[in-house]
Design a binder for this molecule. Structure first.
Ligand code: C2O
Ligand code: CU
Length: 495
């Protein structure tokens, strides 16, 4: 029942390469929380992003070379409106090929960032580069236009690198940014907004003695060869928790409601978040939205698990916290310094006309089991790929040339997902609902429309979705970025 699930949720994810920084770590709650800059359009519905190497100061006084979108980490936030298409031109000034995927986007296949649809770097072809065996991949660009119709619910999306075999190191080095879709209906709800709406991008990292980011792989720039598998298995985790790119930051708030739009952009770390005052009082986390947008009604959590790539839209009310007091956002799954995430310092009393309405959204899809034309069983498990250890779906590692799941546009399907260890499973293009966990009702945090679901060790989860939007070749995969790079990805053909 719930208590067994709760115990499982508290068990840390299978530990990966647990990296310790070689540098002294800063005191927590000293660095102010940065807010990623909002990207200005270059014209009507047109944006450009340069991908480039940038030396950043993540730890105070330490220089860290990173791969960035527009020189920042996280990259600049794109703010868009539902139903208003945009085009984002990415220019690759990095030394390696890249691919951009808008996670959670309802995107035509040509702009979805298939892992072999590369933006080649300046200087063209890299000898021996892994192109997959898809003829579509033989395209050489230094820039590429991605077009997003944005016919989708308002929510927090994120864009990140998705190159075949190298997504983990590319995200680790900094290739991730936010994209917020808005619409009038959501804005009219009266949820906290303006400076009281905060994006929070969680990401753990480790730092080598020279200030560079530690990653237990050869430098990917020296590793452009298929079959070279880095020395990690369960996923990479660092000992420094960054929020919006700052280590254990602090943010000054009014004694009022805040809307926290949380993304777990970590490669493989799971968090369970809890907000507590220094004198031990726990604040409710009032969830108003899931990966794919608003819930039907708010769900109140004492603590909230968040798997890699999941987003939770939560409202926290600081009005009962005395001015001068501190509220810490903690990670119940952490150990040592990774139990700390960030802090809020309540600076002053202030008027608050925001609200959390009892009804948030009335048009969530209501697919029922009986609507499904097909039920599929998909096992996410370790196995052999070639002579090496890999991560497999249905016993097979990713192959761009093979259609794993073929479905027809408009079909409703139930997928029964089973896992050996912790796997956050993500489907491109569609939102889904969680039907059951371990044969029982879904948990409180499974509410709403999702695009990523956390399968905990040994767990079976059923999801239901309708494949709508566009035809073409999409993906589903584990969003433990190292699992994904080691084969745990499959093709989803919509015909
Ligand atoms: Cu976050 Cu396949 O992506
Ligand atoms: Cu996995």
């Amino acid at each position: 029942g719930l208590s067994a699930s709760a115990a499982l949720a508290r068990r840390p994810a299978a530990t990966g390469a647990q990296l310790r920084s070689a540098l002294p770590l800063p005191e927590p709650y000293r660095t102010p929380l940065p807010i990623p800059p909002v990207l200005r359009p270059a014209g009507d519905g047109r944006y450009t992003i340069a991908q480039r190497e940038t030396v950043m100061e993540i730890l105070p006084g330490v220089h860290t070379p990173m791969w960035t979108y527009e020189g920042t980490f996280p990259g600049p936030t794109i703010e868009s409106r539902r139903g208003r298409p945009i085009t984002v031109t990415h220019r690759n000034e990095l030394p390696v090929p890249t691919v951009v995927h808008l996670h959670g986007g309802r995107t035509p296949a040509a702009s979805d960032g298939y892992p072999t649809d590369l933006i080649l770097p300046e200087g063209g072809h890299h000898a021996g580069m892994h192109m997959g065996n898809d003829p579509r991949a033989v395209v050489s660009h230094v820039t590429r236009d991605y077009t997003f119709p944005l016919e989708q619910r308002p929510t927090l999306l994120w864009y990140h690198d998705h190159r075949m075999d190298f997504t983990g190191p590319a995200i680790w080095r900094g290739l991730a940014g936010l994209h917020i879709v808005r619409d009038d209906a959501e804005e009219n709800l009266g949820l906290p907004s303006g400076p009281r709406e905060l994006p929070l991008v969680l990401a753990d990292r480790a730092f080598a003695a020279d200030g560079s980011l530690a990653y237990p792989a050869l430098d990917p720039t020296l590793q452009e060869r298929p079959g070279v598998r880095p020395a990690y298995l369960a996923g990479v985790q660092g000992d420094v928790i960054l929020v919006n790119g700052a280590p254990w930051p602090v943010h000054e708030v009014d004694a009022a409601r805040y809307r926290l739009r949380v993304l777990n952009a970590s490669n493989s770390r799971h968090y369970e978040l809890e907000a507590r005052t220094d004198d031990g009082r726990r604040l409710d986390l009032v969830q108003v939205g899931a990966d794919q947008g608003l819930l039907a009604a708010p769900v109140v959590h004492g603590s909230l698990p968040i798997a890699p790539a999941e987003r939770y839209d939560i409202v926290v009310d600081f009005s009962a916290v005395p001015a001068g007091a501190r509220v810490r956002l903690r990670n119940l799954l952490g150990e040592g310094r990774t139990t700390d995430v960030m802090a809020f310092r309540v600076a002053r009393r202030a008027p608050d006309d925001s609200r959390v309405p009892p009804v948030l959204c009335t048009d969530l899809p209501t697919w029922r089991r009986g609507d499904a034309v097909r039920v599929r069983d998909l096992a996410f498990r370790a196995g052999r790929m070639g002579g090496e250890h890999g991560w497999l779906i249905g016993g097979r590692p990713f192959d761009p040339a093979r259609a794993d799941v073929t479905t027809a546009l408009g079909d409703v399907e139930v997928w029964r997902l089973v896992a050996d260890v912790h796997h956050p499973v993500h489907l491109h293009l569609v939102g889904f609902r969680v039907l059951s966990r371990r044969g029982r009702a879904p948990l409180a945090h499974d509410a709403g429309l999702k695009d990523t679901v956390s399968l905990r060790p040994g767990e079976a989860v059923e999801i239901i979705t309708r494949f709508e939007g566009y035809r073409g070749r999409y993906l589903f995969h584990c969003h433990n970025a190292e699992h994904e790079d080691m084969g745990m990805m499959a093709n989803l053909e919509i015909t």
